[in-house]
Design a protein around this ligand. Structure first.
Ligand code: FES
Length: 99
């Protein structure tokens, strides 16, 4: 099991149901990946709840289909362009505006 799932449970993501997303992923994906919570904001608060699957960020997570989306991401990883540490300048500007 060399996949990782990090669920942002900081500020806005928590307020939008990140804990319920974590529970759904624990039930549906814990046999395929190491699942953890993080309080490190991923910088996409307005699109939360957010999670990172092997570094790729998935937005608008919902308990209803969270496990299905993560399993799809593990089987067919999305391009790294939305990965942590590779934000566009516009994304960084938007994030800095929220501070
Ligand atoms: S609070 Fe989750 S991405 Fe900012």
């Amino acid at each position: 099991m060399d996949h990782t799932i990090k669920v942002c449970v900081s500020g806005k993501c928590k307020g939008r149901g990140a804990d319920a997303v974590f529970v759904a992923l624990d039930r549906g994906c814990s046999d395929r990946a190491t699942l953890s919570k993080t309080t490190e904001c991923m910088g996409y608060c307005g699109l939360g709840p957010n999670i990172a699957v092997d570094g790729n960020i998935l937005h608008h997570m919902h308990p209803r289909d969270a496990a299905e989306r993560v399993n799809r991401e593990i089987d067919n990883p999305s391009p790294k362009e939305h990965g942590l540490g590779s934000k566009t300048l516009d994304d960084l500007d938007s994030f800095l505006d929220t501070l």
